[in-house]
Structures are given as structure tokens and as C-alpha cells.
Design a protein around this ligand. Structure first.
Ligand code: GLN
Length: 446
């Protein structure tokens, strides 16, 4: 822990991965573990981790990178955080992110800009950009992120690390500050596949505090790591490989396919015909859910309260106007509009129907295939400041990740190549609750 803290001190000035470094707490936790003695049979005993700042950490400031929660300290831990702690990990701190996880570059943080460790003029991706950068820079061994429409996988791709978005329901969302409740999942970001599976082992499982967490049995995700991919049927969706995709990214997917073939898998093209409607459907559904979830930030119950107000309404309006950033306000407006009487049928309902069609596309492919291979993001990391003022471009960049959230499937990005010195990831998508096969293939490729 001391070494990790020293490392963060020397590295994080250039990277800005952390919003809060929990120096005192981390040392106290590590001391306690020392007193008990490291548990040699438990691979997580004493391991330093970082937590995205939208997960509640008892006694440790949690802001979701928003001014509205600038001074908010939770009274309890998110279930995923608590489970890690029980296994003896040491929380080193909270990582930077796009405000309320809305964004894909971590530039929407109200507090700081995180830099990509491979090239500090580039973004680390987002919204879990701080977590991915903290792992890629060597500051911590592992971190938790959250993924509503790609926020674990895309930063993993931009940072050359492994990021898993588990099946919806695999990990409890209790204590995760909600964005799009039907899409949000917590997952691990690590340097390799084995660490990732070990972390998912720790955080998965049913939780009585989250009724959408599954009662399905949790397998040992490390148990199939060395089984290889012989005989595995892998599909590459044509729609994911079409225009807009950077040449190097495309080549990386094709090279990965070749590698899988050499290892004994079969690889064929498949079709997910409704992919083109995904961005529209996702931004309507996620913003609608966000507009509802963010109602609780009213200046009264949590965090920031505006001063000098005339009445209750003025308190709400001022606290929210001052506390939320532009992107968050944009989503609240979009969501409120899509849900309003008169527009619900044309927008929210249509988006929900598109979601069903996309689900069906995946189900059809998974009748004949065990796994889908696809690019994670259309490009490698881009320059800081390049896209942030253009929301439509930012939204379009999510086209390859968000179908997985709409369908609730497990998806993992693994490092697979480079483009001009920047890492490029590919995405492995599995059947519902089949993270095992995703890890098995990811480890065979690695
Ligand atoms: N970039 C997407 C968005 O802004 C995804 C965010 C996420 O997964 N949290 O909504």
C-alpha cells in the first residue's frame, strides 16, 4: 500500500486518474490486514484497488464527478465495494469520470481532465476513464468501473487494459449512483484476463438490496481460463465492421479473428440488422431513466444547496442549475421530453421496441455461435478537446458498445493491437450469464 501510494504521488500529477486518494484509510486497512496476516489462499488479500467515483464508499467522499455532490460522504459501501473489502482488498481512492457517467472521454468531469498514460495529449476514454488510466499507468492493479453504454469497455480499449461489463444482473447495483437503471452494470478493469475473472468472482452474485441482481449461481470465472477455443464458433457482425471504422481498428479485429482460427475456432460473418438504430434508442432510454434517477438531487437531500433563495422552487432550480454540468442538463432535458405525455409513444416507446428487436438479433446469432467478436470503439484514443463540444459525434462513437447494454449481455474489451503507438481493443460478447466463455476466449487470445 505504501508503495502504491508513493507511485500514485509520482505518477498521478501527469495522469489525473484520481479525484480522491484515500491515504489514511488505505494505510489503516493495510495495517489491519498485516496484523491478521495475508491470506495466501485468497488472491485478493492485500491487493490495492481503485473505485470509480460513482460507487458509494463509506466515509470516503463520493462525487460522481459532479459539483452537486462535491462534499458528499456516504454512510455505507456499495455492495461491490463491500464485497471486495471483505476479501481484503485495499481501496486506494476514487477515480475520475464523466459527470454521472455521462460521456466517453472523462472530459465531462466537473473537477479535472484525466490524461491517457500512453500519450498524455489524448483522452483516456470514458466514462470510467480514471479507473482505466489508473490501471494502465501502473498506479493500481485493478479498478472498478461502471458501464451503461460502453463506459468500461471503451476506456479499456483506449488504455490497453482489460475491461468487463458483466451480464445485466450479475453484479449488484446497490450503492452505484444510478444513471440508466436498466443498463448500468459494475465491472472490473485490470491488466489481464485472469485478474479480471478473479475480481468478478469477488463482486458477482445476488444481493437482497438489488432485486435486479440475479439469483443464478455464480461459477468460478477462472475455472475455464485454460480451456482454449478449439471448436468455438465465433461471429463477426457485418454491421460493426462497416463505414466509420478506423482502418487500424478494422485490421486489428481481422488479425484477432485469424489468431482465433489458428487456435482452433471457426470465425464467420453474422448480421445484427438493427445496429443502426442503437444510438438513437440508447440515448432516449438512458436519458429518460437518468432524468428520473437525477430527480433526487434537489438541493435538500444530498450535497450542494444553493444559497440566497426566495422559496422552495427557487432552491430546487438554483441548486440544480449550479450543481449540474451542461451534458447532464442536456440528458435531463432529452429524457424529460421523451417521457412527456404526447411524446412518449413517438420516442420512449419506439426506443423500447427497437431494444426488443436488437435483443432478438443477438438471440438469433447466439443460436449458432458461442461468441461475438467486434471492435470496441470506432477509433483509438483521440485528442483532448477534439470532440467534447460536439455531442452528436460523441454519441455516435458509442455505436459499437451500447447494443451490448441494451441487450444486457456480457462484453469484454481486451487489448489486441496498436495504431500509431496507441492501444486498440477488441470486444468479445457472450450469451447472457456466459462470462465464462468470454474469459476463456479472452485468455486464449492473450
Ligand atoms: N458514452 C455513453 C454515454 O455517454 C456511455 C456512458 C456509460 O456507459 N456510462 O451515455
Amino acid at each position: 500500500t505504501q508503495q502504491t501510494l508513493a507511485n500514485i504521488k509520482s505518477v498521478d500529477g501527469d495522469i489525473n486518474a484520481f479525484l480522491t486518494v484515500a491515504e489514511k484509510d488505505a494505510v489503516a486497512d493495510a495495517d489491519q490486514i498485516d496484523q491478521k496476516g495475508i491470506d495466501k489462499d485468497n488472491p485478493l488479500s492485500g491487493i490495492p484497488v481503485a473505485i470509480k467515483d460513482n460507487m458509494l464508499t463509506k466515509g470516503l467522499k463520493t462525487t460522481a464527478a459532479s459539483k452537486i455532490l462535491e462534499n458528499f460522504t456516504p454512510m455505507f459501501d456499495a455492495t461491490a465495494v463491500e464485497k471486495l473489502k471483505q476479501l481484503g482488498t485495499v481501496t486506494l481512492g476514487k477515480t475520475n469520470m464523466d459527470e454521472f457517467a455521462m460521456g466517453g472521454s472523462t472530459e465531462n468531469s466537473a473537477f479535472k481532465i484525466t490524461h491517457n498514460p500512453w500519450d498524455t495529449t489524448k483522452v483516456p476514454g470514458g466514462s470510467s476513464g480514471g479507473s482505466a488510466a489508473a490501471v494502465a499507468s501502473g498506479e493500481v492493479l485493478a479498478a472498478l468501473g461502471s458501464d451503461t453504454g460502453g463506459s468500461i469497455r471503451q476506456p479499456a480499449s483506449f488504455n490497453g487494459v482489460v475491461g468487463m461489463k458483466p451480464t445485466y444482473g450479475r453484479v449488484s447495483r446497490w450503492g452505484l449512483i444510478a444513471f440508466g437503471s436498466s443498463l448500468d452494470q459494475i465491472g472490473p478493469i485490470t491488466r489481464n484476463v485472469e485478474d479480471n475473472a478473479t475480481l468478478l468472482n469477488a463482486i458477482a452474485g445476488h444481493d437482497k438490496h438489488d432485486l435486479t441482481s440475479s439469483i443464478k449461481e455464480v461459477p468460478d470465472f477462472t475455472s475455464a481460463l485454460n480451456k482454449g477455443v478449439k471448436g468455438m464458433r465465433i461471429g463477426i457482425p457485418t454491421e460493426f465492421m462497416s463505414q466509420g471504422l478506423d482502418d487500424d481498428v478494422k485490421q486489428t479485429v481481422l488479425d484477432t479473428a485469424e489468431q482465433f482460427k489458428k487456435l482452433g475456432a471457426t470465425v464467420e460473418e453474422v448480421s445484427l440488422p438493427h445496429t443502426k438504430y442503437g444510438v438513437a434508442a440508447y440515448y432516449i432510454i438512458s436519458s429518460s431513466e437518468a432524468s428520473s434517477n437525477l430527480q433526487r438531487f434537489d438541493g435538500i437531500r444530498y450535497g450542494r444547496r444553493a444559497a440566497d433563495v426566495k422559496n422552495l422552487e427557487d432552491l430546487y432550480v438554483k441548486s440544480r442549475s449550479e450543481g449540474f454540468g451542461d451534458e447532464v442538463k442536456r440528458r435531463i432535458m432529452l429524457g424529460t421530453f421523451s417521457l412527456s405525455a404526447g411524446f412518449y409513444d413517438a420516442y420512449f416507446k419506439k426506443a423500447a421496441q427497437v431494444r426488443t428487436l436488437m435483443n432478438n438479433d443477438f438471440a438469433k446469432v447466439f443460436k449458432d455461435f458461442d461468441l461475438i467478436l467486434a471492435p470496441t470503439a470506432p477509433t483509438p484514443a483521440y485528442g483532448i478537446g477534439e470532440d467534447v463540444s460536439d455531442p452528436m459525434t460523441m454519441y455516435m462513437n458509442d455505436v459499437l458498445t451500447l447494443p451490448v447494454n441494451l441487450a444486457g449481455l456480457p462484453g469484454m474489451s481486451i487489448p489486441a493491437g496498436f495504431s500509431n503507438g496507441l492501444p486498440v481493443g477488441v470486444q468479445l460478447i457472450g450469451r447472457p450469464y456466459d462470462e465464462l466463455t468470454v474469459y476463456q476466449a479472452g485468455n486464449a487470445f492473450e
